[in-house]
Design a protein around this ligand. Structure first.
Ligand code: CP
Ligand code: NVA
Length: 305
């Protein structure tokens, strides 16, 4: 049984295979063809945090593939009305795949432990692998290949940053992360990145200008993630010098793209000017969530057949 908790669950060859399926399905979609590779398959979306992109891109993508989906919000009582184990055992009797967005990563792992169908992480406090797949696919579309490119991530070394770093390691990109003290990757994160991908090229700095130098993509995310709202004011102060604005973009190569997983807090981690600039690929990047997840679903469910 394969699950997708982090990008460490996929080999480089498997990510490339998912990208090949994504490219094929996206090209067909753009020609008006919705290839029904998963007729009659059912996906449950189990979400205990809000979502636009992840929820809708998975639901729309599964519909294109000929399957169906069920959105299960907090009222379904996962871990409150009954145990996570009972919930997972029963839900996986009904559906072929579960996409889960949870407050803690451990909750996803324990659901999967008791599930008889694949579980895909749709964001936890720890990682966001589907986001990183779409992000790297977007960079690949722009620059044709990925090896040797550099992504500069400016901001909180959070779930999104962690998954991107893993993906960059697997696909041969340099990952630079500029974050203030106290908001950088932990020593455990770095040790794990290096254990999984010994050749990973990580550049860790407190200086955004150092990170963006020579980078083809400048990436940021919110300073306060879902679940950290009580720290919002403290974080705004800590990250004040980490805004991606025109001055910072000017220190990057002229053909560099700007990326954000969205939703954005315009005026905080990024200015309107950068978000709406010709360098910004945020809408294409969000659109690619659907294409890349169709690739994941087709790959994962075909491999279970
Ligand atoms: N980027 C992302 O995962 O967006 P949602 O929170 O809207 O799903
Ligand atoms: N880091 C953000 C990403 C949202 C898609 C969060 O976890 O809230």
């Amino acid at each position: 049984m394969r699950h997708l908790f982090t990008l460490d669950d996929l080999s480089t060859a498997e990510i490339e295979r998912i990208f090949a399926i994504t490219q094929d399905l996206k090209a067909k979609f753009e020609q008006g063809v919705r290839e029904p590779l998963l007729p009659g398959r059912v996906m449950a979306l189990l979400f205990e945090k809000p979502s636009l992109r992840t929820r809708v891109s998975f639901e729309a993508g599964m519909t294109h593939l000929g399957g169906g989906s069920l959105f299960l919000g907090e009222d379904v009582g996962w871990g409150s009305r009954e145990s996570i184990a009972d919930f997972g055992r029963v839900l996986s009797e009904f559906v072929d795949v579960i996409v889960v967005r949870a407050k803690t990563h451990e909750k996803v792992l324990s659901l999967a432990e008791h599930s008889s169908c694949p579980v895909i992480n749709g964001l936890t406090d720890y990682s966001h692998p589907c986001q990183a797949l779409a992000d790297l696919y977007t960079v690949r579309e722009r620059f044709s290949s990925l090896k040797g490119l550099k992504i500069a991530y400016v901001g909180d070394a959070n779930n999104v940053a962690r998954s991107l770093a893993e993906g960059c390691g697997k696909l041969g990109l340099t990952f630079a992360c500029a974050a203030p003290k106290g908001y950088q990757f932990t020593a455990d994160d770095v040790a794990r990145f290096k254990k999984v991908t010994p050749a990973i090229d990580l550049q860790l700095t407190e200086d955004p200008k150092v990170a963006v130098r020579g980078a083809q993509a400048i990436y940021t995310d919110v300073w306060t993630s879902m679940g950290q709202e009580a720290e919002r004011e403290e974080r705004k102060k800590a990250f004040a010098a980490y805004q991606v604005n025109c001055a910072l973009m000017k220190t990057a190569p002229r053909d560099a793209i700007f990326m954000h997983c969205l939703p954005a807090n315009r005026g905080e981690e990024v200015t309107d000017e950068v978000m709406d600039s010709p360098q910004s690929v945020v809408v294409q990047q969000a659109g690619n969530r659907m294409h890349a997840q169709k690739g994941v679903l087709a790959w994962l469910l075909a491999s279970q057949a």
